[in-house]
Design a binder for this molecule. Structure first.
Ligand code: KIV
Ligand code: ZN
Length: 504
């Protein structure tokens, strides 16, 4: 048995800070449930003072999670700490995570504070937090660019004030494995053995996992990670790479985690589906190509014995052996299995609703793919209240003609109309929608696919729009692809408005 490492998952907090990610409160609750099944030790559920949505998610996650600890983030400010403590009231095992920058560059340019003030504020913040909760974690932000002597001084002071875990963040992904390992060994040798040392690495130089593993080997007790490595900028250390790496090379690391590896693939799919952040094909452990073999020599080797070119058995992380094609002849059992693989564990009543919609879709479409199922899940479990519906659309375009669109929308009993030009008829119509809704969105992804064959084929438009740095998906079908596109755009706008209502 190796030393047990605690896994602190920050998918719902740092992960959700990824540009392009968008999660509603119900999405976060769904992911938290799956993280509990995955066996993480701590779920950081949000930053309560940052928005009503974050406050609510910490409360809702706290209500349903019983096995893991639930953490909330707070700056070293009274209002943050109080909001964090209030949000954590529902949690069975709460932890408040307080942070304050300590590096010279942050002290000088961001905070305008001397070392002595930083020390005082950190100690006061931890003492205030400890009055409301027994478990407090403190992070000296930008720790890896902080003078090690001052870092130790802060760590000792906050430990004395009651912080049980000191997290060492490589906030800007600057450190390298050897240097980080030495820093952790330096702190471990000096801090009280009762104090847990945690590490939190960002991936700006592609070293988040290497830095984290080196720190664990040097004596850290906890590692902060996110599913699929999502997070601020280039992301956080990826949970799956660390957990699987520690397992496959346990002979070398001699460290253990409580992670149930068989839940990894499902968790990765769920997070990708709900955040809208696609996992890169060649991503280690969970990418589509991670178990694909292209070269003839490799295929030959694999057929003789998989171990020739595969160090991770797909079943270890829960990748299904074979994938059945879902179509109109598929039954409830096959559908439930595929949804489970995508991370959706459904109650019978939910499955029944999805199954009815699945059959309707399968009647129109030869093959129902994973994206269709995710869209169905959203449609059925979180029915969209349409603020705007398309009442009328007319477009003109052609050679040497400025593309124009007339769009009429219904909002309750109101009828709104606008005329606009654009680079093409779809662009013109989307501009008209923007004028009418007052929402300025940027199209970040746009695809048209044929749903059925023949001249009267149904076209499906699927797209993503970015509003306030968040991506929102939209889909619609029609025999007219311009109409499908405008309806998909409107579908995303309505979804954005619904998310705003839920999160406010
Ligand atoms: O990267 C960072 O420094 C953080 C802290 C809040 C821990 O996310
Ligand atoms: Zn971070």
């Amino acid at each position: 048995m190796g030393r047990l490492i605690r896994i602190f998952d920050t998918t719902l907090r740092d992960g959700e800070q990824s540009p392009g990610a968008s999660l509603t409160v119900p999405d976060k609750v769904r992911i938290a449930r799956q993280l509990e099944d995955l066996g993480v030790d701590v779920i950081e559920a949000g930053f309560p003072v940052s928005s009503p949505g974050d406050f609510q998610s910490v409360r809702e996650v706290g209500k349903i999670i019983k096995k893991c600890q639930v953490a909330a983030l707070a700056r070293a400010l009274p209002q943050d700490i109080d909001a964090g403590l209030k949000a954590l009231e529902t949690a069975a095992k709460p932890r408040l995570h307080v942070f304050l920058a300590t590096s010279k560059i942050h002290r000088q340019y961001k905070l305008g504070k001397a070392k002595s003030e930083i020390l005082r504020i950190a100690v006061e913040a931890v003492s205030r937090a400890r009055k409301g909760v027994a478990d407090v974690e403190f992070s000296p932000e930008d720790a890896t660019r902080t003078e090690p002597k001052f870092l130790l001084e802060v760590a000792e002071a906050v430990a004395e004030a009651g912080a049980g875990t000191i997290n060492i963040p490589d906030t800007v992904g600057y450190t390298v494995p050897e240097e980080f390992g030495k820093l952790i060994a330096f702190l471990r040798a000096r801090l009280d053995k009762k104090i847990r040392i945690s590490v939190h690495c960002h991936n700006d130089l592609g070293l988040a996992v290497a830095n984290s593993l080196t720190a664990l080997a040097a004596g850290a007790d906890q590692v902060e990670v996110a599913i699929n490595g999502i997070g601020e900028r280039a992301g956080n250390a990826s949970l799956e790479e660390i957990a699987v790496g520690l397992h496959i090379r346990r002979d070398s690391w001699k460290l253990e985690t409580n992670i149930n590896l068989a839940e990894i693939y499902r968790t990765s799919r769920l997070v990708s589906n709900l955040t809208g952040l696609i996992v890169q094909r060649n991503k280690a452990v969970v990418g589509e190509n991670a178990f694909a073999h292209e070269a003839g020599i490799h295929q030959d080797g694999i057929l003789k014995d998989r171990r020739t070119y595969e160090i991770i058995e797909p079943s270890l992380i829960g990748v299904p052996e074979s994938v059945l094609v879902l179509g109109k002849h598929s039954g409830r059992h096959a559908l439930a299995n595929r949804l489970l693989r995508l991370g959706y564990r459904l109650k019978d009543t939910e499955l029944q609703k999805i199954f009815i919609r699945f059959k309707e879709l399968a009647d129109k479409k030869k093959e129902v793919n994973d994206q269709d199922l995710v869209a169905l899940m959203e449609e059925v479990l979180m029915p969209l209240t349409e603020t705007y519906t398309l009442d009328y659309l007319s477009t003109t375009s052609g050679t040497n003609t400025v593309p124009m669109a007339t769009v009429r929308l219904k909002k309750g009993k109101e009828i709104l109309q606008a005329i606009s030009s654009g680079d093409g008829p779809v662009d013109a119509a989307c501009h008209a929608v923007d004028q009418l809704t007052g929402i300025s969105a940027r199209l970040t992804d746009y695809r048209i696919t044929a749903v059925t064959g023949g001249k009267d084929a149904l076209g499906e438009a699927s797209l993503k729009i970015a509003i306030d740095n968040r991506e929102v998906p939209g889909r619609a079908v029609s025999t007219d692809i311009i109409e499908a596109s405008v309806k998909a755009y409107l579908n995303a706008v309505n979804r954005h408005l619904q998310n705003k209502r839920i999160n406010s």
